[in-house]
Design a binder for this molecule. Structure first.
Ligand SMILES: Nc1nc2c(ncn2[C@@H]2O[C@H](COP(=O)(O)OP(=O)(O)OP(=O)(O)O)[C@@H](O)[C@H]2O)c(=O)[nH]1
Ligand SMILES: [Mg+2]
Length: 267
C-alpha cells in the first residue's frame, strides 16, 4: 500500500445524520455497485464479492437498465438479506448513484462504504488489501497509478488522457494522490458525514475527483492500494465523450476556484 504524504490530522465530529447501528466488533461494510446494463455481470460479481468479504452487505443502484439488471438485482435481494437495491427511474449518472450509496451508508449506520464498478474492471480480489488500509486511512483508493497498479490493454490515447487529467487535478486541487479519477474506493462513513457532500456539483465523471477533494478538505487521510484495472467481462462501456468534456470543464472550474482560495470548508 502506498499513501499520500501525511496530511493534517483530521477530526471527525459528530455525525450530521443519526443512526449508527449496534456493533459487534467487525466494522459494518457496505459494497456499492452502480449499474446500467450489467445483466451479464451482476450475479457473478455479487457472488465473488461475497466469497471474498462474506460479512459485507451489497447495495445495487440501478437506473432502470433496459437489459433487466434491476430485476436481476431484485431477485437476488429477495433471497439474500445482505443484498439491497435502489431502483431509480432512469439513467441519472454514476456520480449521483454513488452519492445515493453514500447517503444510504450514512443513514443505515455502516462504518465503511466500498464502491466498485459492476463490470469486473475492479476485481474483488483486491478488497482485502483495500480494506486493510482502512485501519490507517479514511479513504482507500484502488489505484492504477501507484507502483504495482495499471490498466489492462488501454490504448495509448486513453492512458494519456487519464494520466493528464490526474496530473492537472493533483496540481489544481493540491491533492497528494496518484489516482483521483477511479471509482474503486473505500470511504470511512463517519468522515463522509463531515465532508460537505451537499457542495458536490458533479453528476458525471468529475464526481470522483470532486468527492475526493471534499474528503481531502475535511482532513481525510488518503491512501492508495495498487490495482490492475481489467477489461469489463460482459456488456458495453458507457464512456461518453460529451460527458468527458463537461467533466473536464468542471474540474478546471473547481480547480481554479481552489487555487484562488474559493473552495474552503464552510463548517
Ligand atoms: N446507476 C448507474 N450506473 C451507471 C451509470 N453509468 C455507468 N454506470 C455504471 O458505472 C460503472 C462504470 O461504467 P462503465 O460503462 O464501465 O464505464 P468505465 O468503467 O469508465 O469504462 P469501461 O469499463 O472502460 O467501459 C458500471 O458499473 C456501469 O454500469 C448511470 O448512469 N447510472
Ligand atoms: Mg467499466
Amino acid at each position: 500500500m502506498t499513501a499520500s504524504p501525511e496530511p493534517a490530522p483530521s477530526d471527525h465530529p459528530s455525525p450530521a445524520e443519526p443512526a449508527p447501528a449496534p456493533r459487534t466488533g467487525e466494522p459494518r461494510l457496505l459494497v456499492s455497485l452502480a449499474t446500467y446494463n450489467e445483466a451479464g455481470n451482476l450475479a457473478n460479481l455479487i457472488a465473488e464479492i461475497q466469497k471474498v468479504v462474506p460479512h459485507a452487505d451489497v447495495l445495487v443502484i440501478d437506473d432502470n437498465s433496459p437489459d433487466g439488471t434491476g430485476q436481476i438485482a431484485a431477485a437476488i435481494a429477495e433471497k439474500d438479506p445482505r443484498v439491497h437495491v435502489l431502483h431509480r427511474p432512469g439513467k441519472l449518472g454514476l456520480g449521483t448513484a454513488t452519492l445515493a450509496a453514500m447517503k444510504f451508508a450514512m443513514t443505515q449506520g455502516y462504518d465503511y462504504l466500498l464502491n466498485m464498478d459492476a463490470d469486473f474492471s475492479h476485481p474483488p480480489r483486491y478488497l482485502p488489501g483495500i480494506l486493510a488500509g482502512m485501519s490507517k486511512y479514511d479513504v482507500m483508493i484502488g489505484s492504477r497509478y501507484v507502483r504495482g497498479g495499471g490498466t489492462e490493454n488501454w490504448p495509448l490515447p486513453r492512458r494519456v488522457i487519464s494520466q493528464t487529467v490526474n496530473m492537472i487535478v493533483r496540481f489544481l486541487f493540491r491533492m497528494p494522490v496518484k489516482d483521483a479519477s477511479g471509482a474503486f474506493r473505500c470511504y470511512r462513513v463517519s468522515m463522509l458525514r463531515d465532508a460537505e457532500l451537499n457542495r458536490v456539483r458533479s453528476r458525471g465523471y468529475s464526481f470522483q475527483q470532486e468527492v475526493l477533494f471534499r474528503c481531502h478538505k475535511t482532513g481525510a487521510k488518503l491512501g492508495e492500494y495498487p490495482i490492475l484495472f481489467e477489461n469489463r467481462r460482459a456488456g458495453v462501456s458507457k464512456v461518453n465523450k460529451k460527458e468527458a468534456v463537461r467533466s473536464m470543464s468542471m474540474l478546471l472550474y473547481i480547480g481554479l476556484r481552489n487555487v484562488f482560495g474559493l473552495e474552503q470548508r464552510r463548517k
